[in-house]
Design a protein around this ligand. Structure first.
Ligand SMILES: *Cc1c(COP(=O)(O)O)cnc(C)c1O
Length: 361
């Protein structure tokens, strides 16, 4: 028995599907530090929303349909509850979309890493198209790839993580338009997913108003960047027919009771949420201004709650910041030579700027 077990253990890699064998687990570094500006979280906690914890029945399953939460979201965005699908974060919804529609999956790079990781985990083909010099969509290459490879799914994060900019609306629209007109036969079309995780911080219009015109458009939103990263609540908004299909692969109790209840409370505090968002957006503008004054770094304009910036020696600056208690994200291997800083409270941003000024001088 033992021998068999050992032999099996030694060979376990051979039992794993080849696409999983070559994956590396996502590492979210848990480095304790005073000022945490590495994960695009909100610096603001919704304490009052936790008062509902007492009413949670730990012995009962959560509402599998998340009815109350979806009703609130549907009012917020003036869409029908049937056009919403709830997820355990939008990460889970990316999984569901690729499980439902399959590949090839097309997305620009650099972008949110989960598009690629999940596509590979499911064993579908990835089509990665580098962004142009302005971090915008390279239309020639994207349109060519659409014609040639007929991707089933296209993921566009706008504002984009980690670059921070919105892609040109005309270009996104062109992609939606071209793919929706491809053929009346569903199989030749692509579903275009606009990932609007950072839309609340953006000064540009989002793509929700276009939903009524395009059957192949999916909008993805999350509460993670606006104060609820710990609860894992994301959702899709799309044509009811798309939602019905994706709902078939959804695990019945994917959104737990606690997350549902607290999210409901937070969505009722719309004013508080909006004031947090406004303060983060205005701090982002101030932070950007201050960063442009430092001659040895180059910050890139952002519509999100973070700023990507280029430094002379990114590894050194990263380590120096960390040694002073400020954690940012080193974008090595994604955008070489760059760091990404999340907008924090005014106090946190001040500390970051003070340390940065000292380190790069
Ligand atoms: C953070 C992020 C997400 C993930 O959101 P969760 O709802 O926390 O899973 C999705 N898309 C982009 C572009 C992100 O940066």
């Amino acid at each position: 028995m033992r021998l068999w077990y050992n032999a099996f253990a030694m060979d376990i890699k051979k039992f794993v599907r080849p696409n999983i064998r070559s994956l590396t687990p996502y590492k979210a570094k848990e480095i304790p530090c005073k000022v945490k500006l590495d994960a695009n979280e909100s610096p603001y906690v919704f304490k009052d929303a936790l008062k509902v914890l007492k009413s949670i029945k730990t012995n009962r399953y959560p509402d599998p349909e998340a009815k109350t939460l979806k009703k609130l979201i549907s009012k917020y965005f003036t869409v029908s509850p049937e056009s919403i699908l709830q997820g355990n974060g939008s990460d889970e919804l990316i999984y569901y979309l690729i499980t439902t529609f399959g590949g090839p999956v097309l997305y620009p790079i650099p972008t949110f890493s989960m598009f690629g990781i999940i596509t590979q985990a499911i064993g579908e083909k990835r089509i990665e198209i580098p962004l142009d010099e302005e971090f915008d969509l390279d239309m020639d290459r994207i349109l060519k790839a659409i014609r040639k490879e007929r991707p089933k799914l296209i993921f566009l994060s706008s504002p984009n993580n980690p670059t921070g900019n919105c892609f040109s609306s005309e270009r996104i629209l062109k992609i939606i338009d071209v793919t929706s007109a491809l053929s009346t036969q569903h199989s030749a079309r692509s579903i275009v997913v606009v990932d609007e995780a950072y839309q609340p911080f953006s000064s540009r219009k989002g793509f929700l108003p276009l939903l009524k015109d395009y059957e192949n458009l999916v909008i993805m939103r999350t509460l993670s960047k606006i104060g609820l990263a710990g609860l894992r609540v994301g959702f899709l908004i799309a044509d009811e027919e798309i939602i019905r299909e994706v709902n078939k692969v959804r695990l019945p109790f994917n959104l737990n009771s606690l997350s549902q209840k607290v999210a409901i409370e937070v969505l009722k505090e719309r004013k508080t949420m909006q004031s947090h968002i406004r303060s983060i957006a205005s701090e982002r503008r101030r932070l950007f201004q201050e960063m442009t004054k430092i001659s040895s770094i180059r910050p890139y304009p952002s519509e999100a709650n973070f700023i990507l910036f280029r430094v002379k020696d990114s590894d050194r600056v990263y380590k120096d910041l960390l040694s002073k208690g400020v954690l940012v994200r080193n974008m090595k291997g994604v955008v070489d030579g760059c760091l990404r800083v999340t907008v924090g409270t005014p106090e946190e941003n001040k500390t970051f700027l003070k340390v940065l000024n000292k380190e790069v001088m």
